[in-house]
Design a protein around this ligand. Structure first.
Ligand code: GDP
Length: 478
């Protein structure tokens, strides 16, 4: 950290009702003070004296050009100033927020004025990086800030809030504390073998590893659920032509217009689309194929349908209740056999040719075990039942755990997961060294590796370049 005072526009870069400029650092109050004026009853401008104002106060006034040269100040914008003095601020430094008019141009003009007066433009994530470097939050909490910003569902938000409150941090720190005693003891014994004995050490270390390793295993295995919580349930929608796949898609999009995002697929020429059914977020796979007017299954082929099913967490197989079940339907149903999923018996608003009983019989004969829902993409019938089923399949236990104090931790961050895997590998090495009765000094390397890998999660022992890499993906002004 260079100790400089930094500033950035913290709100989205578009026209809106207000924009917020954030200024942080030792010069924040003094520089803004030079540019901030209040109006007297005779409409003349006078300096506002922010320097003497108490922390956590709001001030109404005007940002004006600097009058160091003795000129009359010229009003740039009418603003509200929020003053938050160190250490009780986002960065733990002096922070001034300027709430100005929300035009992209006027916000930039206010920012330019700050920069002309010696403040440096902040890099993306630099405010949060300072909060971390100043010790106000650990790295898991810093990373959870981005999780909160990118949360697309209630459950993802709640999970990220738990991370921000420090649930990951607390667990990791408690594991590190156990290991620290062992590391210190081992090093002391190696330094002074005449006075400190290591006879009981393997048993003590083993005991501690037996406490730590299951916790690490649980965090690693829960991270798959963490992915589902934060990214949504990867869902394949399959069915033969004309059963109503694109109508189903339109039906759920209609029910959830606001959340729709189109993300061009990076690895394949397809679209991935996020849609929400009630509180459940689905990440649809291969929707480009479904949206095409051509015969999807014929066009993309059974292999590709299978590939999208393979990639999915959940399959939605659509059948047409106004027609007989065909061989093609059964072929597609069989492809979904090994994945959790549901069968939608679509077009329930039309005259029924195939009913639930008939489908049940067919899937039983083919050893397929799936729930079947009467559905109509035309009327929306069955949507609520589908939502409940998705919640029960994926989120019922998560919701309870995430909302209670005695909760599981679901990490969603790949970097944190990698550190956990490294810690786990070092524990395996450590156990092997102990089993082979190798000299104790060999234990120190692996013991320190476990300690360091866990430390990296919370941001202890993080090198500058790693910190730069982590924070550069943050938003500007965050
Ligand atoms: P896809 O080929 O599987 O994507 O099928 P489409 O969504 O294009 O639907 C095929 C035809 O069935 C279209 O004419 C739709 O309007 C119609 N359709 C789809 N779902 C329903 C439904 O629930 N009720 C009725 N009445 N028609 C439907």
């Amino acid at each position: 950290m260079d100790g400089q005072t930094i500033a950035a526009i913290a709100t989205a870069s578009a026209n809106g009702s207000i924009s917020i400029l954030r200024v942080s650092g030792p010069e924040a109050v003094c520089v803004v003070d030079k540019l901030f004026y209040k109006k007297c009853s005779d409409s003349s401008l006078k300096t506002a004296n922010l320097e003497t104002a108490a922390s956590h106060t709001i001030h109404y006034g005007f940002i004006c050009t600097n009058t160091d040269a003795g000129d009359q100040p010229e009003i740039i914008d009418e603003v509200l100033i929020l003053l938050m003095r160190a250490p009780k601020s986002y960065t733990a430094e002096d922070v001034v927020e300027i709430h100005c008019h929300g035009g992209a141009y006027i916000a930039k003009k206010n920012l330019d004025l700050l920069i002309e007066n010696g403040i440096r433009l902040a890099e993306p994530g630099e405010f949060t990086k300072r909060a971390f470097l100043n010790g106000r939050i650990d790295l898991t909490q810093a990373e959870s800030v981005m999780e909160i910003i990118s949360a697309k569902s209630d459950i993802a938000l709640k999970n990220a809030e738990n991370h921000l409150a420090g649930d990951v941090k607390k667990l990791i720190i408690s594991m590190r504390e156990l290991l620290l005693t062992d590391t210190a003891y081992l090093e002391a014994a190696l330094d002074d073998p005449e006075h400190i004995e290591l006879d009981d050490f393997p048993a003590t270390l083993n005991n501690h590893l037996n406490q730590i390793e299951p916790e690490i295993d649980r965090l690693i295995s829960n991270s798959e659920n963490g992915r589902i919580i934060s990214d949504g349930i990867k869902t394949a929608i399959v069915g033969r032509p004309n059963v109503g796949k694109s109508s189903f898609l339109n039906c759920i999009l209609r029910a959830d217009r606001a959340i729709v995002t189109d993300i061009p697929g990076t690895t394949r020429d397809t679209l991935e689309e996020d849609v929400r059914i009630g509180s459940v977020l689905l990440k649809l796979i291969d929707t480009a194929g479904i949206r095409s007017t051509e015969d999807t299954i014929e066009k993309i082929g059974v292999e590709k349908t299978y590939a999208s099913i393979e990639e999915s967490d959940f399959t939605i197989c659509i059948l047409d209740s106004s027609e007989e079940i065909t061989e093609k339907d059964i072929e597609i149903l069989k492809l979904t056999e090994e994945k959790p999923g549901v069968i939608l018996l679509n077009k329930s608003d039309l005259n029924e040719v195939t009913n639930i009983e008939k489908v049940k019989e067919i899937i039983q004969n083919n050893n397929i075990n799936k729930n079947i829902i009467n559905f109509s993409a035309a009327t929306g019938e069955g949507l609520k039942t589908l939502e409940t089923l998705l919640e029960e399949t994926f989120f019922k236990e998560f919701y309870q755990e995430i909302n209670t104090n005695n909760k599981e931790i679901y990490i969603t961050n790949t970097r944190q997961k990698e550190c956990l895997i490294n810690a786990k590998n070092s524990i395996t090495n450590l156990r092997r060294t102990m089993q082979q009765n190798l000299p104790e000094d060999l234990l120190t390397v692996d013991l320190l590796d476990v300690y360091k890998s866990l430390g990296l999660i919370v941001g202890e022992e993080v090198e500058d370049d790693l910190a730069d890499k982590i924070f550069k993906d943050f938003c500007m002004g965050k």
